[in-house]
Design a protein around this ligand. Sequence first.
Ligand code: HDE
Length: 712
Amino acid sequence: MKIDEKGPFEDGANPKKEQLGKFTTDNNGEYLTTDQGLKINDDQNSLKSGERGATLLEDFILREKITHFDHERIPERIVHARGSGAHGVFELYKPMAKYTKAKFLNETSIKTPVFARFSTVAGSKGSTDVARDTRGFAVKFYTQEGNYDLVGNNMPVFFIQDAIKFPDLIHAVKPEPDREFPQAASAHDTFWDFISLMPESMHHIFWTMSDRALPRSLRMMEGFGIHTFRFINDEGKSHFVKFHWKPLQGVMGLAWDEAQRISGKDSDFHRKDLWEAIDSGHFPEWELGVQIVPQEDEHKFPFDLLDPTKLIPEEMVPVEIIGKMTLNRNPDNFFAETEQVAFHPGHLVPGIDFSNDPLLQGRLFSYTDTQISRLGGPNFHEIPINKSIPDVTNNQRQGIHRTQINTGRVSYHPNSLGGGCPFQAGQAEGGFNSYEERIDSVKIRKRSKSFFDHFSQPELFYNSLSKHEKRHLQNAFSFELGKVKTVPIRQRVVNMLLEIDESLAKIVGDNLGLIASRLPQPITGSIPADAKLEDYHSFKGDLDLKEAPSLSMSDKLQKDIKARKIAFLVADGVDDKAFTEVKKHICELDATVIIIAEKQGFITTKAGDQFPIDESLLTAASVVFDAVYIPGGEGVKNLCSNADAVHFVAEAFKHCKPISADGSGIELLQKSLNEEAIKGEGICTSGKLEDFIEDIKQHRFWSREETPDVPA
Ligand code: HDE
C-alpha cells in the first residue's frame, strides 16, 4: 500500500485490517482442496491395494496431509513463550511535536492500528497463565512511517544492568537443565542462587515478589518501556523519555493461594479473560503516558537514567498522558497472528531513538537474531501480521520463504540501470537519521560507578506498599525461598534483604529459621573492582523520597465493575425478585453473571420461571470469579448440604472476595463461615444491592487475612 500523507489512517479506516484481509480465508461454503487447490473427493480413507490392503505410497493426498501435520510446530520463543494477543487502535490525545517528530504522535486525527501481545516470561507455550512472573507487554504500532514496536513489561525495571547477563538469568530461572523442572516457576535453587549473587537484581525481585507478578487480568496491569529512550523533534533536539501504559480497568492482583489453584482449575485464565472481554465488547483500554527529561537534566538524578534497574518515580517526574490504546478485535488465528508476530525494540520511526542503556543495546541484537531461527529465515517481515503498512521497497530479494516478487534486474545501490531506485530518503522525505550524540570514550569492559546503588530503589518500593502488599511480599519471599533446598542460598538472600529493610529480613528469616546477618564481604561485581569493603554502602544514593505512592497498587482500583465475573450460587425454588433483580442490575453494569447450581441444566424459580445453568458445582471453582452472590429460596438447604457449595463460599472468603447473600441465602454463609467472619468487611447481608456493588468495586478485602484463617 502506498501511503500518502495521512490518508488511510484517518477516521475509521484501518489499513492493517484491510491488509490482513487479503491473506485471510474463510472455508464457509467451499469444497475441501489439497494445498494445490485440487478438490478432494474422499477425506476419510487413504488409498489402498484392496479394502483391507496396505496403503499405497502413491496416495499424494494422504502424504500431503500427514507431511503438513508433521511440520506444524515451530520453536517456541526462548522467553515469553506463553502469550495472548489482540488487535486494536491507538489514538493520540495531544500533538507531541515539541518533543518528537513521529507522525503518529503528532496528528490527533490519525488512528494507528496496533497488535498487542502479553506474555509470561519463564514458562513454556503451554504453561499456566498465572505463574508468579513478570509479564511481557509488547505493542506493535502499524504507523504510516513503518512499524514501531514498544516491547515492554508490566514492571518498570529489569533484573540486570547489562545484556551479557541475560542468558545467565534465563538459564537460572528456566527448568533446571538436568531434570527439566520446575516449569514456569522461579521458586527453585538455580534461580535464587543467581539472584543471591546479583545484588542488582534486588529491585526487580521486589516487584516480582509483589502482587504485580499476579495480575487479576492482563487487562488490569500497567505496562512500561523500562529503558530510557529518546524523543527527537523536528529541530533534531533530544529529550529522554520513559513510556508507561495505564489501564483504565484499574490495576488489581490475585491472592497467591488463589493463583496456584487457578493453575489447576483453569490454566488459561488470563488468555480466556482477554478473549472473552473483547468478544463481549468490553474492550480493554490503556492510556499511554510519558515521563520526559530534558537532555540537560541527564545527570540531575541520584541514579543513572541509563540503568534499567532504576525507575524515575512519578513523584519526581510526572507521567504525561498522551493517548489511548483500545484492544477491540481478537485474532482470527492464534498461530498466524499471536504466535508469528515478531517484536523488536529496534523497530523505530523517525522521532524516537535509543539511549545507551547497555541492556537495551544488547536487546537490539537479540530480537532479529531469534526470529530467524523461530520463524525460519530472514523474510519473517513478510508474514502478514509483521508486514508494515508502507510497502517494503529495498534491494533484498532472496532467502527462505520469500513471498514478495520484486520486478527488474536491479537489486543493488547505487545503480543507474534502475534510475537510482529505490532512493535514499532525506529528512524532508521522512528518512530515519540516528540521533547524533557526541561520545568521547575509551573502549572498556566496565560498568559506570553510577550503576552501583542496588538497594535504595527496592527500599523505596517496599516503603511505598500498603500493609497488605507488604504482607504479600513477605510471604512471597518466604514461599520462594522455602522451596529452595540449599540453605546457604536462602541465607544469602535473607542477608541481602537486610541491606534493604531490617524488619523484612527478620520476618522472612524467621519464616525460614534463619537469622539475617550483614554480608561479610561485597558480592563480586556488586561494587566497582577498585572499591573497598567499607565503601560497600556508600553507593546507596539519596533519593530524597521516602515513599512513592505511585508504586503501590492499592489505590488503582477499577472505577466500575465492567467485565467482572460474578458467581450466582442458586438452587431450584430461588426467590424470583432477589435473583432476577440482582442479575439484571449487575448485567446493566456490564459485569458477567455466571449461574452455578448443583447440576447442569435449568433452574426453576419459585414462580416457575426457568433459567439455563452456566456451570455445575462439579466444574465451577470460586477462584475464577470476582464475587459471589447467594439469593434466598427453598433450595438453599440443598446447597447447605453440598460440600462443594460450602467450599465455594469458604474459598471465596479466604481469597478476600466480596460475598452477598439475601434471605435464606444467609444460611449457606452460616454453614461456610464463622459468625465473626460474616460480620466482617465485604460480606453483604443487608439486602442492599448498592452495598454489594460497592464491595465488588473494592475487589478484595485483604484485611481478612489478618483474622484466623478459614480452612478452605
Ligand atoms: Fe526480551 N526477548 N530480552 N525483554 N522480550 C524476547 O524475542 C532479550 C527484555 C520482551 O510477545 C525474545 O521474539 C534480551 C526487557 C517481551 O513476542 C528475545 C534481553 C524487556 C518479549 C529477547 C531482554 C523485554 C521479549 C524472545 C536483555 C522489557 C516478548 C522471543 C538484554 C523492556 C515479545 C522474541 C513477544 C522477547 C531478548 C530483556 C521484553 C530472545 C537479550 C528488559 C515483551 O529476543
